[in-house]
Write a protein that binds this ligand. Structure first.
Ligand SMILES: O=C(O)CCC(=O)C(=O)O
Ligand SMILES: [Fe+2]
Length: 339
């Protein structure tokens, strides 16, 4: 049968066989409402009566209990975020329409993967993704997509704001853990952007948008534009992360779990699909530079609480754990492909 030229891979009435996960890996209980108890923290709240910055305690508590929280009144201008979401939407629309899967060359400076490019144990995820390094910004920006034409300018402006917000959050975490100011400066320099497009799916009980995973970052800042689908493991159950249009979702990555000597938790999460909703997200991984030594902070280690991890260079950690999947080496080498 001749394939319709303009139809996209997800415009289907049934889920194709190679998108169907095995019974054990499929999302369970999608129909039963799973409560969202992930804390929502207002960053505009001023000093509490005891002189301690109120959000510091909330951020610490959320990072200990859930490894996840959402922030509102975060100070990032709405327009910066809306522009970034819309330019990424245009980017994904262009890919779906005009490229054939599997033939997109790995451009210098970014990796686009359509749903058919990625396979885990023979099964595709219900998503498309673009990833690119963002540090140093001036050196990376020209290697990002140049279509849409405003992509580079809009995403650079977004990342400048994300950098400020992540520094602010890390300073609060620093204070909360009792570390000296600026402790995370060296471990939070390298940003990696990863944006996802999850189209509606005819049967979400069979598919996944992202497999359960931990983030290999220090922290991750995620904008999900008020859409649902992100789930976090809590006490052996998947719970939904609520849809709050103007919030950023923040999660503790593996490196912060190590530095905090597991006082803060890097928690497993995944994305499920929906029959009616399109999910778009922008994750920014805030990462150490490759030669940073990652180990528990000295002041958090004592006789009662011995070090739970041995020191390791971040790049060694990344290689050992194949932290960015098939693209681990490329991402570590800042995506300098020869072709
Ligand atoms: O798209 C999402 O919301 C999830 C992204 C995520 O977990 C990741 O990129 O590590
Ligand atoms: Fe993640």
């Amino acid at each position: 049968m001749k394939e319709e030229k303009d139809s996209r891979w997800f415009e289907l009435e049934c889920v194709p066989k190679d998108y169907i996960f095995s019974k054990e890996d499929r999302p369970q209980n999608l129909d039963s409402p799973v409560c969202d108890s992930i804390p929502v923290i207002d960053l505009a709240i001023s000093k509490a009566a005891n002189g301690h910055n109120q959000p510091v305690e909330e951020i610490l508590k959320a990072s200990q209990e859930f490894g996840f929280f959402q922030v509102i009144n975060h100070g990032i201008p709405e327009k910066t975020v809306i522009d970034a979401m819309s330019v990424l939407k245009e980017f994904f629309d262009m890919q779906s329409k005009y490229t054939t899967t599997g033939t997109v060359p790995h451009k210098k400076g970014y990796i686009y993967t359509s749903s058919t490019d990625f396979m885990k144990d023979g099964v595709h995820l219900w998503r498309e993704n673009i990833k690119h390094p963002c540090h140093p910004l001036e050196e990376c920006v020209h290697l990002w997509p140049d279509k849409p034409t405003r992509y580079q300018q809009v995403i650079a402006a977004y990342l400048v704001e994300i950098q400020k917000l992540s520094s602010r959050i890390l300073e609060m975490i620093c204070e909360g853990l009792g570390l000296k100011q600026g402790y995370f400066k060296d471990t939070s320099e390298v940003q990696l952007l990863s944006s996802n497009f999850y189209p509606p799916c005819p049967d979400p009980s069979l598919t996944l948008g992202i497999l359960p995973h931990h983030d290999p970052s220090l922290i991750t800042l995620l904008y999900q534009g008020g859409s649902t689908g992100l789930q976090v493991m809590k006490d052996g159950q998947w719970i939904n992360v609520g849809a709050i249009p103007d919030a950023f979702v923040v999660n503790v990555g593996n490196q912060l779990e190590i530095i905090s000597n597991r006082k803060l938790k890097s928690v497993k999460h995944r994305v499920v699909t929906s029959t009616h909703e399109t999910r778009r997200s922008i994750a920014t991984f805030v990462n150490p530079s490759p030669d940073c030594i990652i180990e528990p902070a000295k002041i958090l280690v004592n006789e009662l609480e011995p070090s739970l991890y041995t020191a390791s260079l971040y790049k060694e950690y990344v290689h050992r754990n194949n932290a960015f999947g098939d693209y681990t080496t490329a991402i570590q080498n800042a995506l300098h492909f020869d072709s």
